[in-house]
Design a protein around this ligand. Structure first.
Ligand SMILES: NC(=O)c1ccc[n+]([C@@H]2O[C@H](COP(=O)([O-])OP(=O)(O)OC[C@H]3O[C@@H](n4cnc5c(N)ncnc54)[C@H](OP(=O)(O)O)[C@@H]3O)[C@@H](O)[C@H]2O)c1
Length: 321
């Protein structure tokens, strides 16, 4: 029976370890047989693990959640249950993996949790990396919240990132730390994530909300979970084996005002079109600024393009599912 490692201790799991076959025997996947480590596997990280397995990679993951570890293990992922910011996992995962992803989140906590997950977590990754002379390409999923601009600004990767609010500077510190990884690195600044099982506005409207938080005229910068997965694999395919440090924004092709998204969804659901409170969402101190996050760098440099280019395709797929 397979087991997950809990801070050094083996925990037996009920489901058998599953081996997997390469995607196509006719055209081998360039990542097939490579090793992948996903650190802080949650919503995005689990989807990356699944895609890594599908592509024939040897996949390892760190999560602090024992249930998720069991699920990953059952899929065929070698899983470790640990806090990223601690060091008890350093012996359990291969620091010379060809491809690594740090996609830890703050876990919903305040600034202390941000510091623990992003800054202490990245410091822990750097310590882990010192155990090898052959570090691979590390990707870190940062956030477009590192940009403070509003007023309809168009934001590419050359835009100033001053780190808005209390948490923006923490994310910027984690980005800077990531760049000191001994191998190559890519920082990917993500817009608001949505996808299967994560569709807040859809849920609000389905549950009868008639007034939504925020401003209807502010653009909603979104990225579908599966397009994040596609982008990180594209980065590994194109940049693995090269030395460098890359930075990419990741959003869909056409951020639309929140009111347009809400009106479209309300029509599709057959409910009343909502209005907006013009106040921040619960738990947030300020409104999300109005800006357009541009994804042109990753599209032109790496040939990535989103499967869900606008909210319409993304929500259509979710409504159809
Ligand atoms: N959500 C968004 O719209 C958004 C926007 C921009 C950027 N991002 C970034 O995108 C990445 C992926 O986001 P996501 O939606 O997949 O996040 P997620 O679902 O919250 O997954 C992240 C995982 O990290 C775990 N975690 C938190 N602190 C940890 C620690 N100290 N040690 C080990 N694990 C820890 C969480 O565990 P628990 O489940 O136990 O809490 C969670 O499972 C994150 O880096 C996030 O910062 C997200």
């Amino acid at each position: 029976m397979e087991s997950a490692i809990t801070a050094g201790k083996a925990v037996p799991l009920p489901l058998p370890f599953m081996h997997f076959a390469p995607m196509s025997p006719l055209k081998p996947d360039p990542l097939s047989g490579q090793s992948l480590v996903v650190l802080g596997a949650g919503y995005v990280g689990e989807a990356v693990c699944r895609e890594g397995l599908r592509r024939g990679m040897r996949v390892h993951a760190l999560t602090r959640n024992a249930d998720r570890a069991a699920r990953l293990q059952a899929m065929g992922v070698k899983s470790v249950v640990a806090q990223l910011d601690q060091s008890d996992w350093h012996d359990a995962l291969p620091p010379d993996a060809d491809c690594s992803l740090n996609c830890v989140s703050s876990g919903g906590g305040g600034t202390d949790a941000y510091r623990t997950s992003y800054v202490q977590g990245t410091r822990s990754i750097l310590e882990w990396g010192k155990r090898t002379v052959t570090p691979g390409l590390l990707i870190y999923t940062s956030s477009t919240s590192v940009y403070a601009q509003g007023d309809g600004a168009r934001i590419d990767e050359e835009a100033t990132a001053e780190g808005s609010g209390e948490t923006g500077p923490i994310l910027l510190e984690a980005e800077a730390l990531t760049r000191s990884w001994a191998g190559s690195t890519a920082v990917v600044r993500l817009a608001g994530i949505y996808g299967p099982g994560r569709h807040q506005m859809l849920d609000q409207l389905r549950n009868g909300a008639r007034v939504l938080p925020g401003r209807g005229d502010h653009r909603l910068n979104l990225i579908h979970r599966d397009d994040i997965v596609g982008a990180v694999f594209r980065i590994w395919e194109c940049q693995r084996g090269k030395s460098g440090s890359w930075l990419y924004n990741l959003a869909d092709n056409d951020p639309r005002p929140k009111a347009e998204v809400a009106t479209w969804l309300a029509r599709r659901l057959g409910v009343e079109t909502p209005t907006f409170s013009e106040t921040p969402a619960p738990g947030r101190r300020r409104l999300v600024p109005d800006r357009i996050i541009l994804n042109s760098r990753i599209r032109t440099e790496l040939g990535w393009s989103p499967v869900y280019p606008t909210f319409r395709e993304g929500y259509e797929a979710l409504l159809g599912a």
